[in-house]
Design a protein around this ligand. Structure first.
Ligand SMILES: [Zn+2]
Length: 166
């Protein structure tokens, strides 16, 4: 039986949506919430999928190091990247696509979670869903197409849903 737990991580970051054509193309920021859903089919001898404190250390550690209080920018947005480099010190992170909530959720699920969870290979946990809340009314979800326990899930396959675009 698959069981799932969720860890929530709050962070602040700046971004802009390259070629958006509207106000989202200006530099601005959000107080984001990321929700990481981790699934396994067995609990340990204590009755846990994995200790919440361990998940917090892993996910919050990655977010704090790479995204919190930094700028998220598309790798092909050289205009914004050159601009942000003028600020000393500066912190920015290049994504392979525009830093929308959908793409941030997809990137965390496909690229970050497998690496971050490698250290917990004893627990057989895997990330199956990531939500990014951009405002309290808007959130995007990336989730694996299949549930654990069914056929092997390719990490690179994610579907992105989006609700309540403002
Ligand atoms: Zn924004």
């Amino acid at each position: 039986m698959a069981m799932t737990i969720m860890k929530r991580v709050k962070f602040s970051a700046g971004h802009r949506l390259y070629k958006h054509g509207g106000k989202c193309e200006f530099f601005h920021g959000h107080n984001y919430i990321a929700e990481f859903f981790v699934t396994a089919s067995e609990v340990d001898e204590v009755g846990r999928l994995i200790d919440f404190a361990e998940l917090k250390r892993a996910f919050k550690g990655w977010i704090d190091e790479h995204w919190d209080h930094g700028f998220l920018l598309a790798a092909d947005d050289s205009n914004a990247i050159n601009a942000i480099k003028q600020v000393v010190p500066c912190k920015y992170y290049e994504l392979p696509y525009n830093p929308t909530a959908e793409n941030m959720a997809r990137y965390l699920l496909n690229d970050v979670c497998p690496k971050v969870l490698e250290q917990f290979s004893d627990y057989q946990v895997r990330a199956t869903k990531v939500l990014i809340w951009e405002t309290e009314d808007s959130c995007a979800e990336a989730s694996l197409d299949q549930k654990v326990g069914e056929e092997e899930v390719p990490w690179q396959v994610a579907q992105v849903e989006h609700w309540q675009r403002q």
